[in-house]
Design a protein around this ligand. Structure first.
Ligand code: ATP
Ligand code: MG
Length: 414
């Protein structure tokens, strides 16, 4: 893509009141645009990153047999009346509205009840199980505080998966497979070493739910880590009783600031009991479905990655989720321009993802933008270097510079 075709621009300014580093940087680099607190537009560059994160998550959810679908964002009151969760006193973050005929609707903050309602049509007999479905969907939550940029949206993108199993064994197998799939997601995003599966509250069936917490100063959570035993526990559930259960001592724990990037729930048959979600077993009797729910905050993850990897010059994207792999720019006159156009064509033909800074502006400005945008490799073409058939390659993550011939350059980037 030519930068002259990109409608967004970099900027030195951020909206007043935007205090989160992730949002500040993403706004300045033109990845997102702020609508109001907790609500952001994803401009082309931001959307490219989101799509790449989604694709990684999608591949891993498919690998455990997940089937992708997309639920509606408008939900009816009746869907949630079943469990009492339509009530604002029970769920305090609903956005609601009314249809022309006066009937109430809600904007989805979760899809648990909605998924079960829909699946009831299809899951009738033991032959219909197991079923695992997932989606990438916008969730709406009227969060009290939204000061963490895209890490806490009032409108945000979540991957939510739901498993329906025939018995506890099948259910546990899927639950454990999903933990492995989550670990692969965090590994691919470069977060594995800093992400801990954490004992947390909210288990409807089991004692705990499991959160995936990534070490991050800008996170809103606090966990306690037992590094040796690789056990993490959310401060919300840290009491003597739970510590005993986990076989760990308070004084062996390290306190860490984290962001919750995922949360998985083993509902057992509790949720199905509440929603009367049953199937007919081999003997012809009704039986409750084993149910699990598995979330990943996609936009929050993007924010966490910005917070963790960026530096004083701007964003730093891991290569596999960067909007482009290469930032190509030229310094100098007609010769450099001709060469850069050629190189751009060649990169594109080879399938490299390249952003070509074809603007007639000061080189310093181009360098600064390439850093702010966080593109992993910068390739500079200049009249002077061309005399020796040389190109400059700079790696964003460590600033490492090398002078390469065209052949070496293509080999290195290939
Ligand atoms: P939190 O404790 O941070 O409010 P939650 O426990 O309410 O989150 P879940 O309902 O478990 O969140 O949602 C699944 C995932 O969605 C979370 O693990 C988190 O990564 C993400 N998420 C939740 N709320 C938000 C939000 N307001 N903005 C962005 N991502 C969110
Ligand atoms: Mg949670």
């Amino acid at each position: 893509m030519r930068i002259s075709n990109l409608f967004t621009k970099t900027s030195k300014n951020v909206p007043a009141g935007e205090i989160a580093k992730n949002a500040q940087l993403l706004i300045r680099a033109g990845y997102i645009s702020k609508v109001m607190s907790g609500v952001y537009v994803y401009a082309p560059l931001g959307l490219m990153v989101l799509e790449k994160i989604k694709q990684i998550v999608r591949e891993e959810m498919n690998s455990v047999g997940g089937q992708e679908l997309i639920m509606s964002t408008l939900q009816k009151k009746e869907t949630w009346d079943v469990t009492g969760r339509w009530d604002d006193k029970v769920v305090d973050m609903w956005f609601k509205s009314k249809l022309q005929d006066g009937n109430e609707v809600g904007f989805a903050w979760s899809h648990e009840e909605a998924i079960i309602e829909m699946l009831k049509e299809f899951v009738v007999s033991y032959k219909d199980l197991p079923v695992n479905v997932y989606q990438f969907q916008t969730k709406f939550r009227n969060e009290l505080r939204s000061k963490s940029g895209i890490m806490r949206g009032r409108e945000f993108l979540m991957k939510d998966m739901y498993s329906c199993s025939i018995d506890e064994k099948q259910h546990n197998q899927f639950y454990n497979d999903t933990i492995e799939a989550y670990n692969r997601v965090f590994e691919r995003l470069g977060l594995k070493d800093d992400t801990y599966m954490t004992f947390a509250s909210g288990g409807a069936f089991t004692q705990f739910s499991h959160e995936f917490q990534t070490v991050c100063e800008a996170g809103e959570d606090t966990i306690y880590l037992h590094k040796e035993k690789n056990i993490a526990i959310n401060e919300d559930v840290m009491d003597d009783e739970n510590l005993n259960k986990l076989g760990i001592n308070r004084d062996e724990l390290e306190k860490v600031k984290t962001a919750e990037v995922g949360n998985i729930f083993n509902f057992g048959t509790k949720k199905s009991e509440d929603t009367n979600f049953t199937f007919t077993n081999k003997e012809g009797n009704k039986q409750l479905v084993y149910f699990g729910s598995y979330g990943i905050g996609i936009t929050r993850l993007m924010g966490v990655i910005v917070e963790k990897f960026s530096d004083d010059k701007g964003l730093v994207w891991p290569e596999n989720i960067a909007p482009f792999k290469i930032y190509l720019l030229r310094i100098g006159g007609d010769q450099a321009t001709g060469h850069t156009n050629d190189l751009y064509r060649e990169f594109t033909e080879k399938g490299f993802e390249v952003l070509y800074d074809d603007r007639d502006i000061h080189p310093g400005q181009k360098f600064a933008d390439s850093e702010l945008l966080g593109i992993p490799y910068r390739v500079t073409v200049s009249d002077r270097m061309l005399e020796n058939d040389q190109y400059e390659l700079v790696e964003r993550k460590n600033g490492q510079k090398s002078l390469l011939t065209r052949e070496q350059l293509l080999a290195k980037l290939g």
